[in-house]
Design a binder for this molecule. Structure first.
Ligand SMILES: C[S@@+](CC[C@H](N)C(=O)[O-])C[C@H]1O[C@@H](n2cnc3c(N)ncnc32)[C@H](O)[C@@H]1O
Length: 442
């Protein structure tokens, strides 16, 4: 039996048959005393020194294997030790780079999108702007800068910005990017809907930081932005076997000293019974229940109180199979290596997100590729203008290089997709901004 995981070159393959029951019996304190499973990919972690790796391993030894979703959740968001919680991973010194960190054009065009949609939706006099997973705060900063340029049209508008951020470390950085840092004051987050508040240094817009989307008040027109957020949410992994869909779990390789590997459970789990859609044709599927909860929450709020949203992430429309991977220092990393110190990410299944909001009565456009979206938003014209203002050829090269990364089909241009949501109260017949070609309509 062999499993293909060709595109994750750093995951080694091994198939060692069904685990011995005796090994399972060793787990005296096991909460899942006997989950028959088949070992699939074996992949040791060399940096086992991290406390997080030690605690995951101990947990598995005592309680039995954990789902891939549980593993991702612990690696990424365990308080104090999780990857997103303790690390500043963005930028050239970090593990990966995002479009807003590359150049200002991305944030500027996103801001223009929201200004256009605000106008198309009747220019409401009061709104919230919610960004999920703001990273270093660069995207919000570029958007606030643009909103400042349009301050005449926003003169009597009451707006506030809300960040859904799990990481205190990143919220510190976001605060420093966006506010006057001397005034930082963390609040008792257990008792309040937000744990940090401030005021944008650019235009005094009130800013609030929340741990969960549910903590953001839901009583008025709201804009949503999620860029590279959904891909950080935990996925369950399933493979189709002769007996039906079976879930992959993370286990400690029995004959090794603390090596982790993926195993295929022989019995069904609640997840394998409930998360696979009817007529699924793939043989390996990743499903993100937290993504479903969040997209539903956004769509329902837009339906009820009005609003619009942009979801931008690398993803697909239900055709990709095994996409879970890890990055460290801009290189692929074994998913079981450098635990808590390397990113874990899975491509967003936009088909799954859309299927889950099918019955919600809002307008949906896309997903289209980032290249199409930015082209429709006029990135080429913006690039030309910025190039004219570059002070030397080095600055020009930096700008054109970063433009290529965002637009190139082999880089972010094709892999990133853009999905837009909007309430049906649009006061124009034209499609949602960015989802039609400017040249075709002129
Ligand atoms: C890849 S970064 C995105 C960075 C940013 N949007 C950008 O474009 O540069 C993911 C962001 O989501 C946050 N995040 C990850 N999982 C989260 C969760 N479950 N709840 C809230 N924030 C989360 C991270 O701390 C980080 O700010």
């Amino acid at each position: 039996m062999s499993w293909s995981c060709a595109h994750i070159s750093c995951i080694r393959f091994s198939c060692e048959g069904v685990l011995l029951k005796a090994n399972v019996m060793k787990r005296a304190l096991s909460l899942l005393p006997h989950l028959p499973r088949m070992r699939l990919y074996c992949s040791g972690f060399r940096s086992f020194s991290s406390n997080l790796a030690t605690s995951i391993c101990k947990q598995i030894k005592y309680s039995g294997p954990i789902s891939v979703a549980q593993y991702m959740k612990e690696v990424l968001t365990t308080p104090h030790a999780g990857y997103y919680v303790h690390k500043d991973m963005l930028g050239r010194q970090g593990d990966f780079i995002t479009s807003p960190e590359l150049n200002q054009m991305f944030g500027e065009l996103i801001a223009i999108w929201f200004i256009n949609e605000w106008s198309a939706l009747g220019s409401p006099k009061s709104f919230r702007f919610v960004e999920l997973g703001p990273g270093r705060g660069s995207l919000a900063d570029d958007i606030l800068k643009q909103f400042k340029h349009f301050e005449k049209i926003f003169k009597d508008v009451d707006m506030s910005f809300h960040f859904v951020e799990i990481s205190r470390r990143l919220s510190n950085i976001q605060y420093e990017t966006l506010c006057d840092e001397n005034l930082m004051d963390y609040l008792d987050e257990d008792n309040l809907e937000y744990y940090l508040q401030g005021s944008a240094k650019r235009n005094n817009v009130p800013l609030h930081w929340h741990r969960h989307i549910e903590n953001v008040p839901r009583d008025k027109f709201t804009f949503y932005l999620a860029h590279e957020f959904f891909d950080a949410l935990p996925v369950h992994k399933f493979v189709k076997s002769s007996k039906g869909w079976r879930e992959l779990y993370v286990d400690v390789t029995p004959e090794s000293n603390d090596e982790l590997s993926l195993v295929q459970l022989q019995e069904e789990t609640v997840a394998s019974k409930t998360l696979i859609r009817n007529h699924e044709t793939r043989s390996h599927v990743e499903v993100c229940p937290e993504g479903r909860t969040i997209i539903s929450s956004i769509a329902k709020q837009i339906e009820k109180n009005g609003g619009a949203g942009l979801i931008i992430d690398y993803g697909h429309t239900g055709e990709k199979e095994d996409t879970l991977r890890s990055f460290k220092d801009h290189k692929l990393n074994d998913i079981f290596d450098n635990i808590g110190d390397a990113d874990l990410t899975a491509d967003v299944d936009f088909r799954f997100l859309l299927d889950n909001i099918e019955s919600i009565d809002i307008q949906k456009s896309g997903p289209i590729t980032q290249k199409e979206f930015l082209t429709n938003m006029g990135i080429e014209l913006r690039l030309m203008i910025l190039l004219q203002h570059c002070k030397d050829s080095a600055e020009k090269k930096k700008l054109t290089d970063s433009y290529k990364i965002m637009m190139d089909e082999k880089e972010m241009g094709e892999r990133f997709k853009v999905l837009a949501l909007s309430s049906k109260t649009r006061q124009t017949d034209s499609p949602i901004t960015g989802f039609f070609s400017l040249t075709q309509n002129s």
